[in-house]
Design a protein. Structure first.
Length: 207
């Protein structure tokens, strides 16, 4: 089913995996800095200051990064019988990304923006708890990577754009710093490709 998808495009895959690994490492280094870098505080304030109408438009997209997101996308893929293994992989990748982000939060132990910026506008939730990496961003990236396999090459940017908007929304809603989001995107991308690699191995054994 995966055929000549992104897992067979070895050069592109190496580049994407390297970028994700660098993104995870660089964002982690930023996240453990004390105090929070001034540029990140300023960038967070600027993005968080988005108009309410923009925030409202991002809200439904942001839900794809929730724990329900993988099941929503997986159900959509499962409508087509040939994509059902991919649907299961999408659910697995999204759930794995969610729990991986939870575990990494405990290791890094970085507070959310509300703990550093008094003027932050928290549009959803309490704004409390640990922030790095963004679980929503990780889930969105993981399911974007797996779902891309079902899309023609010319439409794969839609999945990437969706994952990108989820991360931006988390800053707009006052829940994360930019480094949190980059860390989430990077973690989810790595998990997504790892899930596809496992799926492809199973499919080759079944042939």
């Amino acid at each position: 089913m995966l055929g000549q998808g992104p897992l067979d495009e070895f050069r592109a895959l190496r580049v994407e995996l390297a970028l994700a690994a660098v993104g995870l490492g660089a964002s982690w280094i930023i996240a453990v800095q004390d105090p929070v870098p001034p540029w990140e505080l300023d960038l967070t304030r600027w993005i968080n200051d988005a108009p309410d109408v923009f925030a409202a438009a991002l809200w439904p997209v942001m839900q794809l990064g929730s724990l329900a997101g993988p099941f929503i996308v997986g159900a959509a893929l499962a409508v087509r019988r040939a994509w059902r293994p991919l649907a299961a992989a999408t659910v697995a990748a999204g759930v794995a990304a969610w729990f991986a982000a939870k575990g990494l939060k405990e290791i890094v132990a970085r507070e959310r923006p509300g703990g550093f910026i008094d003027t932050i506008e928290i549009r959803d939730g309490s704004g409390e708890g640990l922030g790095y990496p963004s679980g929503h961003s990780a889930v969105a990236a993981a399911i974007a990577v797996t779902a891309m396999v079902s899309l023609p090459h010319r439409w794969r940017w839609l999945a990437a754009t969706g994952a990108g908007l989820v991360g931006v929304a988390r800053i707009v809603y006052g829940q994360h710093f930019p480094a949190d989001v980059v860390g989430g995107w990077s973690l989810g991308t790595l998990i997504g490709f790892a899930t596809l690699a496992v799926l492809q191995r199973f499919e080759k054994r079944a042939q």
